[in-house]
Structures are given as C-alpha cells and as structure tokens.
Design a protein around this ligand. Structure first.
Ligand code: TXE
Length: 480
C-alpha cells in the first residue's frame, strides 16, 4: 500500500516517531494509503531546515527564484493527468473537475507568482530638498502554510508559491484528509531542483502537526485556510507571539437573482455555484434569493438542472457529483438536512444518502439537495454546511434582500444576477462580502485581492497582496 513521507531538507523522510495514519478514499470508504502522523519533532526539523536554507534563498535574485517556481509549474502541467487522478481518489471529486480546475490552477499558482516576484516594486516618497524615503520589503523569514481538504493542491500552492516567490522559506501542512497531491508535489520539487530546506512539507493532524507549526517561535507568519473555529484557535495561539496572520475561513454566501437577469445563464451558473465539488467550496452560493416575480420559473428550471446532476463514481467521466470528503463530513451535512426539516423547510430535491453499486458501495455520496420555505435567519441559513445543500427564498425588494444577504456572521463572497448595471454596482457595494461576482461565479483573476470580511477571515491573498503579506516593509530615510 502507498506510504507517503514528509519532505524535509530536500529529502522524503519518515516521521520521527515512525507513526502513520490511514488515509481513506471517499468514493470507496477504503484505506488506500498511510500518511505520516508527524509531531513537534518533525516540525522542529522542518523549521531548522527552513532556517538554514533562508539566507541563500532570500539572497537569490527574484528572477532565479521565479525560474524554479515556473519549472515546478511546468512539471505539474506535465503530470496533470496523474495529479488529477490522485486528487480525485483522495478527495472524492470528479476526476473531470480535478483535470479542468484543481490541477491547472495549481500550475498557474506557481507560474503566476514565479513571474509576479519580478514585478513586485516598493514605494519611494521624495520630500523636495529635505529627504528621500524608500521602502524595502524584506522576506518575513520562515513561514507556515496550512491548507484544507476541499481544493487540496489548488489551495496548498496558492499559499506556498507567493511565500517562496517573496523569498521566504516554508513549513507547510496539507490537510490530513487529502495529503496525496502535496506528497506528489514534494517529488516534483526535488525533480525541479528546489534547494533543500526551502520548502518542507509535514503531514499529520491539526493537533499533532499543525499545532507545533502555529506555536513554533521560529515561524514568523501563518497563512491558513480552513474552518472558522480553527482560524479562531490559530489567532488565539499565534497573535500573542506577534505572528503575521492570513486567515481564509468559512462562508455562507448569498446568490441574489433579480427578475431582469438572463434566467438561463443564472440557472446554469447557479447549479455550478451550488453544487460544484459537492458544494465543498468556501465560495459556493448556498443561499439563493430570487425576486418573487421569477421565483417559480427559476425554481422549475433550477430543479430540472438538479435532477440532471448525476451522482456517481468520481473516476467515471459521466459523474457530475462525486463523494463527500469523509464519513464525518457526510454525517455533518446530513445533520443539517435533518435540521432543515426541523426548522420547517420543504424539501424540493435530494436529501438522501446515495448508495452506489460496485467499488463505490461504501462511498460517502449524497444527493444534491434543495429546500425552500426556511426563514432567512434560521440556523440552516446562517451556518456553513459546506455540502450540496442550498435554500431557495423569494424576496420583494432590494433592501429586504440586502438585509438577509448581510445577516450572517460570514462575509466571504456574493453573486448578483441583473441586467441593470446601476443596481449591480449599488448592491455590490452594500454587500458585506470580500468578493462579489456580477452575472458570473468563480471567475478568478489571480491579481485581485482574495479573502473575506467579518468571520470569513483576516487579510487578503492573491497578487501583490500575497507578496506584501510575506514581506516586512522597512522604511529608509536619507536626509538630503
Ligand atoms: O477544517 P479544519 P475541517 C469549514 C467547513 C468544514 C469545517 C471544518 O465548514 O465543515 O470548516 O472542516 C488544520 N493547528 N471549512 O475540520 O480543521 C487541519 O489539519 C494548526 C471551510 O476539516 O479547519 C487542516 O490542515 N492547524 C474551508 C486545516 O487546519 C490545524 C475549507 C483545515 O482544517 C489545527 C475546509 C490546529 N490546532 C473547511 N487544527 C474553506 N474556507 O475553504 C486543524 N488544523
């Protein structure tokens, strides 16, 4: 059976204590690999390796660091099919999605930041006849990157690439639920010739391997994506040590559909924004608000689309919905379906676990699920479910829908469907969301700031924001 290893100081190594954890394929419910159950000793070794590699890495010209990152990007592209198969097996997502979204985006992350570092400039403030002030942006040092299970390689590389581009060395931990592609990435980094210790990947659980990363005094910043509760814990632990924090947390995103929208396009994209990756994307729009005059036609077309979302083996090209990531997560999502019934919702589609034949008989499959008739402020409409469950709610006015849209503790993303440009901008600016899409969803330009307001997080990733995060500005003044 496949046995993953840590990547420390340029080598694939077993965990210091020799312990391993089982890793389950969600589509089959069977163990398919073992992963290091790393602890503080592994993190200490990884951090020491990163500290030793730092002086040479930060001195390397940005162009040379960039070339190495671009090389890693090319190797990811070369191995696209293998990585897509691995991601699908590990996470349960349809292989078609991993092939078209996850892995290409991981390659783009390295290519984007590999070149971005060469365009990163700092400010000069010239005081006529008095002084010249300029800002130097120094790499922060050794940083920690901790990522979740929903978009494993995509989000892992979204953190690592800018950190390396900025001249930092990294101790990274992928989710213990989906570690496989991070392991394959470590093999590609060795092949690309990334200097030893520049990137270290430690596998293991949150308490076992994540906690020592956030506690280690030698790690100067934490870039984290995951649950809001974990983010809160990380902030409580790391903030008193004055570590820099970038926290990308949960969402409960509104999808607002005005009567003047292009209905066909709104339905088509809403099916994706509701159920892509089985609804396990922090940007999914799980609360669909539809202007009352088109509520019934929208509902009819949307439900017809839901009925066509085949749940099946992620390896099968015809499957539109794969497995949820774990049994525990499936149970969590099912508990919210039960809650929706308790809170008075009417089930319009789905609501049941799916049992498939053959190799997927024990997999964690769930029907795409739609409810209506729930109060906008009930728990199902306020709490993050992170699965294929959405609610439909009619609205009568812009003010009403804005109150509901902003009525959760989250503020990550929102979608607006309308042909009225004035309204689109007006509503966008009133939404308490870090990201707003107008007549689209998940359209990403890697240069834009990415992150949430309120309990959806702190800080922004993407573009120059990420390079700023991983650097420390120093102001130098020369008296004239
Ligand atoms: O995430 P965790 P979980 C949401 C979603 C989901 C819920 C819980 O609602 O149901 O969070 O998911 C590491 N110190 N999102 O429990 O635990 C952990 O090992 C350091 C939204 O799976 O937050 C993993 O690598 N690290 C989200 C990472 O944190 C710790 C994506 C995320 O795991 C740690 C995923 C600790 N003490 C879930 N404890 C999004 N925003 O996209 C855990 N970790």
């Amino acid at each position: 059976m496949l046995q993953l290893q840590n990547y420390i100081n340029g080598h694939l190594v077993p965990p210091a204590a020799g312990r391993y954890l089982p890793n389950i394929e969600p589509a089959t419910g069977q163990v398919f690999s073992h992963i290091p159950d790393s602890d503080a000793e592994d993190v200490a070794r990884a951090t020491a390796a990163a500290q030793a590699a730092l002086p040479a890495w930060r001195r390397l010209p940005a162009e040379d660091r960039g070339k190495l990152l671009v090389r890693i990007s090319e190797l990811i592209e070369r191995d696209l099919e293998r990585l897509a198969q691995a991601e699908s097996q590990d996470n349960g997502k349809p292989v078609s999605l991993a092939r078209s979204v996850d892995i290409p985006r991981a390659a783009s992350n390295f290519a984007f930041f590999g070149t971005a570092a060469q365009h990163f400039a700092s400010e000069t403030h010239f005081q006529e006849g008095v002084a010249l002030n300029y800002t130097v942006r120094h790499p922060l040092g050794v940083v920690g990157c901790i990522s979740p299970w929903n978009l494993p390689l995509y989000l892992f590389t979204w953190k690592i690439a800018p950190a390396l581009a900025a001249g930092c060395c990294v101790v990274a931990k992928p989710s213990e639920i989906t570690p496989y592609t991070a392991f394959l990435l470590s093999e590609l980094c060795i092949e690309a010739g990334l200097p030893a210790g520049v990137l270290n990947i430690v596998h293991g659980t949150g308490p076992g391997a994540g906690q020592p990363i956030i506690e280690h005094p030698g790690i100067k910043a934490i870039s984290f994506t995951g649950g809001t509760k974990t983010g809160e814990h990380i902030a409580r632990t790391a903030a008193p040590m004055f570590k820099k924090l970038s926290l990308e947390l949960g969402g409960k995103n509104p999808n607002i559909i005005f009567a003047d929208c292009d209905l066909t396009e709104a339905v088509r994209t809403s099916l994706r924004s509701s159920f892509a990756n089985q609804g396990q994307i922090c940007l999914c729009g799980s609360r669909i608000f539809v202007e009352r005059s088109i509520y019934e036609p929208f509902k009819r077309e949307f439900l017809a689309g839901v009925a066509a979302l085949t749940v099946g083996d992620p390896q099968d090209g015809g499957s539109r919905q794969g497995a949820l990531v774990s049994e525990a997560h499936l149970e969590k999502v099912l508990s919210y379906i039960a809650l929706a019934h308790e809170e008075g919702g009417t089930l319009l589609a789905g609501g049941q676990r799916v049992t498939l034949d053959g190799r997927c008989a024990e997999g964690y499959f769930l029907q795409p699920t739609v409810f209506e008739g729930l109060a906008p402020d009930c728990r199902v409409n306020r709490e993050e479910i992170f699965g294929p469950v959405v609610t439909l709610t009619p609205f009568d006015s812009e003010e009403e829908v804005l109150t509901w849209a902003n009525g959760t503790e989250y503020g990550l993303a929102a979608t607006i469907w309308t042909r009225d440009l004035n309204r689109a901008h007006r509503v966008a600016h009133e939404l308490h969301s870090g990201i707003v899409w107008i007549n689209s969803w998940l359209h990403r330009d890697l240069r834009t700031p990415f992150g949430g307001m309120k309990n959806s997080g702190v800080g922004r990733e993407g573009g120059l924001e990420a390079l700023r995060f991983f650097t420390e500005p120093q102001s130098v003044t020369v008296k004239l």
